[in-house]
Design a protein around this ligand. Structure first.
Ligand code: ADP
Ligand code: MG
Length: 342
């Protein structure tokens, strides 16, 4: 067979294989776009576990009418322009792949209005990047992305979807996790028109603890130590659960690097080591932790779905985490709020 270039839609469908695993991955990409747009509230409407519909609306900066077709094109982004930008990236997105990927495996409508525009504009897409003809729409400032019939044209992918309940469960967990990374944003989540979450933006410490209690259970705040450590340009804040508050599963572990929820072996190892002497075998700690560091010290472009990161100085990060957690656990006083340096 001779070599030939693949059609755009197929290229996008191949890319979708890496980022769009199930409805919750669509939700993740779209809500991250709301974060990057400076939204203060995000409304997420789900129907039939996201398989029928995922509709996400924000009040962020919106997209220019002329940029709408670009937003749906592969490798087109407003977030980086040079390699240097990539190395210091502070937005959640930068690959310019989510919208074209999603639109290649679902029916997608994008409606958006910027502050300067006289009205909103709407485009419908099927991933093939042809004939976008924006139509006026009464949408207020901000953006709505409406995704219907996920995997309708990729039956092999559709087969891997689980029940409506399971798929929605993934979405609900994800939104809770995202809500713990952005207290300044309000989140409303509905499933089949029924309200599941309605989290107002947080302004006070009490409200912050209320949001955490709503997500991790009200006992978590009483059974955890609040921590705030800083050393060598690394900052670790958050709550670590007392060893007596452990679980049989790793389902209550939240770790964010510069606001990004990640899964990382190095982080897991440091946490495990810190809890080693105080937890029974087979028990898992509960924690909500935020690591902040210079974006140049962490490579977020390690994984298409951006669930993994690479630390430039892994050893330093590992030892910092271990020491910070070990100290907090050695000094178990629930509610303690002192700041120390490691
Ligand atoms: P990326 O986020 O990596 O740039 P996406 O495919 O997710 O790629 O989005 C493409 C572009 O569309 C973004 O760079 C952004 O300019 C625009 N965009 C997408 N969603 C929104 C939104 N909710 N609000 C404003 N702009 C958006
Ligand atoms: Mg994006």
């Amino acid at each position: 067979m001779r070599i030939h270039s693949l059609p755009t839609q197929l290229v996008n469908q191949i890319a979708a294989g890496e980022v769009v695993e199930r409805p919750s991955s669509v939700v993740k990409e779209l809500v991250e776009n709301c974060f990057d747009a400076g939204a203060t509230s995000v409304a997420i409407e789900i129907e039939q576990g996201g398989m029928r519909r995922i509709k996400i609306r924000d009040d962020g900066c919106g997209i220019d009418k002329d940029d709408l077709p670009l937003a749906l094109s592969r490798h087109a982004t407003s977030k980086i322009a040079t390699l240097d930008d990539l190395e210091h990236v502070s937005t959640m997105g930068f690959r310019g792949e989510a919208l074209p990927s999603i639109s290649s495996v679902a029916r997608l409508t994008l409606i958006s209005r910027t502050e300067a525009a006289d009205c909103a504009w709407r485009v419908d897409a099927d991933g093939s990047e042809q004939n976008f003809d924006p139509k006026p729409d009464p949408h207020p400032q901000g953006t709505t992305v409406d995704v219907r019939d996920l995997f309708y044209n990729t039956p092999a992918r559709r087969k891997f979807l689980k029940t409506e309940k399971t798929e929605f469960g993934h979405i609900e967990t994800l939104i809770k996790r995202m809500a713990l990374s952005r207290f300044d944003i309000g989140f409303a989540l509905t499933h089949n028109q029924r309200e599941v979450l309605n989290l107002k933006p947080v302004t006070t410490e009490v409200q912050r603890e209320q949001r955490i209690a709503g997500i991790c259970g009200s006992e978590f705040i009483d059974n955890s130590v609040k921590i705030d450590f800083e050393a060598s340009g690394l900052q670790l804040t958050g709550w670590v659960g007392l060893p007596t508050f452990s679980r049989s599963q790793q389902d209550m572990q939240f770790f964010y690097v510069n606001g990004r929820l990640i899964k990382d072996k190095l982080v897991s190892h440091a946490v495990k080591q810190a809890y080693q002497d105080v937890l029974y075998h087979g028990r898992h700690p509960v924690f909500v932790l935020y690591l902040n560091l210079d974006p140049a010290l962490v490579d977020v472009n390690a994984h298409p779905a951006k669930l993994e990161v690479r630390f430039r100085e892994g050893r330093l990060v590992h030892d910092f985490l271990y020491r910070a957690l070990h100290r907090s656990l050695a000094d178990l006083r629930p509610g303690s709020q002192e700041q120390r340096s490691v």
